[in-house]
Structure formats: C-alpha cells, structure tokens
Design a binder for this molecule. Structure first.
Ligand SMILES: Nc1ncnc2c1ncn2[C@@H]1O[C@H](COP(=O)(O)OP(=O)(O)OP(=O)(O)O)[C@@H](O)[C@H]1O
Length: 232
C-alpha cells in the first residue's frame, strides 16, 4: 500500500479545552488511486490532509507514505518529503502575485529531481497563451489551473487537494476535475481530494467518509465515472 494511516489521533487546545479532532483514523490508499475524502464541515478532513501533508504533527498513531514513517522524521526530513513527494492544492490558490503564470509553475519544480517539462504542462493546463500574465489578470479557473501546475511541476507522487473546486462555478469546477483526471492518466499520480461535494466521489477509486473524527465508511469503486459524465 502507498499510504497507510494507523490509529491516528489529533488533539487541539489545552487543559479543559482540549478536544480530540481525529479519533483513531485507520485507512489506506494504493499507489495510483484517486481517493475522495467526504464528510461534514468540522469532521476533520483538512486536519487529516494536513497530517498526511506533514504540515501538522501527529499526536498518536502513525502515517506511512511510500514506506516512509512521517512520525519519526525530523523537521528537515519533513521539509524534504513535502518538496519531493507532495503536491498540495488548496481552495484558495496561494499564487505569488509578482510572479507570472509560468514563473509560479516553475517555482513548484524547485529542487525536484524529476520535474515535468514546463512547456508540456502549460499546454496540458491550457495556459500557454496566458503564461506571461500575473495572477490578478486571470480568472478563478485559470488561477486554480496555475496552482495545479505549480503542484504538479515537481512530478509529485502524491497530490493532496483540499476543496480544489470550492471557489469555482459548476463549469469551471468540471474543467478542473477533468484536468486532474487527465493528469492522473498521464502521470499515474496518486490523488487524495477532500470535498463537501459527494458527486465528485464518482470519479474516485476509493471513497472515504469521515464523521466526527472517525472514518465511518469506505467504498471501493472499480470503475470510476468519467468527469464529463458526472452532474451535480
Ligand atoms: N488550529 C486549530 N485549533 C483548534 N481547533 C481546530 C484547529 N483546526 C481545526 N480545528 C477544529 O478541528 C475540527 C476539524 O476541523 P477541520 O478543518 O479538519 O474540519 P473539516 O472537515 O476540514 O471542515 P470543513 O469542511 O469545514 O473545512 C473542527 O472542529 C475545528 O474547529
């Protein structure tokens, strides 16, 4: 298995105000899968994603990504793991305002040992004609495509997406999901998508439901739907 989450607990707060936000998460993801993590607001989806992303500390349990145990890594090793293994896509795009589209995407390939050809990526993302624009000259969908390009430029083996279409309208959302689907086909990237939208789950091989800090259901979907056929 590629990702292995074992008995993971996470607490926030101190003393009397201390609350358990993740209550012993057990799940796996195989290499090359698209996995969707669903659950109501506050159920702990982003927290779990941030633990897998090495952004926050695990309080109990362990997370292995490609046999690497995140819990025993030093902060330097975690930094290397984030730079080499991971791509991260957020609902808000976090682009660097004074860099062009091309420069933002190139910044993602920094220190990668196997970067993706930037020209090829710009074409795939439909951004070739916008490559010299700055983020404030782009639509929301173009900004998100740039953010996806930046996350993919290093050729990550694991792409973590936190509500990647949350700020976008229906057609732009489908456009972005089709792009993720195509990139998955072309590069075999393992993708974990956090969303509120259960229609998006139809594109996944594995669907996990999180409720009140616990995984309450896991469904396998041997034949995911093409994004173009999914409606919501
Ligand atoms: N830094 C923090 N300090 C204290 N509590 C936090 C912190 N981050 C998250 N929480 C709490 O942890 C719980 C889970 O939050 P999380 O953001 O993981 O949920 P979520 O399922 O991603 O929600 P949403 O769908 O609304 O983004 C919530 O009750 C939240 O208030």
């Amino acid at each position: 298995m590629y990702l292995n989450v074992k008995g993971v607990k996470k607490f926030y707060g101190q003393g009397e105000g201390r609350i358990m936000v993740l209550k012993g998460i057990e799940c796996i993801i195989e290499k090359g899968e698209i996995c969707v993590l669903l659950g109501p607001s506050g159920s702990g989806k982003s927290t779990l994603l941030n633990l897998i992303g090495g952004i926050e500390d695990i309080d109990e349990g362990s997370i292995f990504v490609d046999q690497q145990d995140l819990g025993v890594m030093s902060s330097k090793e975690l930094g290397q793991y984030r730079r080499k293994t991971l791509g991260f896509i957020f609902q808000s795009y976090h682009l660097v305002p004074h860099l062009t589209v091309k420069e933002n995407i190139e910044s993602g390939a920094y220190l990668s040992s196997s970067p993706i050809d930037i020209h090829d990526l710009l074409l795939k993302l439909g951004l070739e004609e916008h490559k010299n624009k700055y983020p404030n000259q782009l639509s929301g969908g173009q900004q998100q495509r740039t953010a996806i390009g930046r996350a993919l430029a290093k050729n990550p083996s694991l792409l973590l997406c936190d509500e990647p279409t949350g700020a976008l309208d229906y057609y732009t959302s489908k456009d972005i999901l089709e792009l993720l689907e195509r990139l998955h086909q072309d590069y075999g990237t393992t993708i974990l998508i956090v969303t509120h939208n259960d229609a998006i789950a139809k594109m996944a091989h594995r669907i996990m439901y999180l409720k009140d800090g616990q995984i309450v259901n896991i469904q396998m979907n041997p034949q995911p739907m093409a994004v173009k056929d999914i409606e919501w």
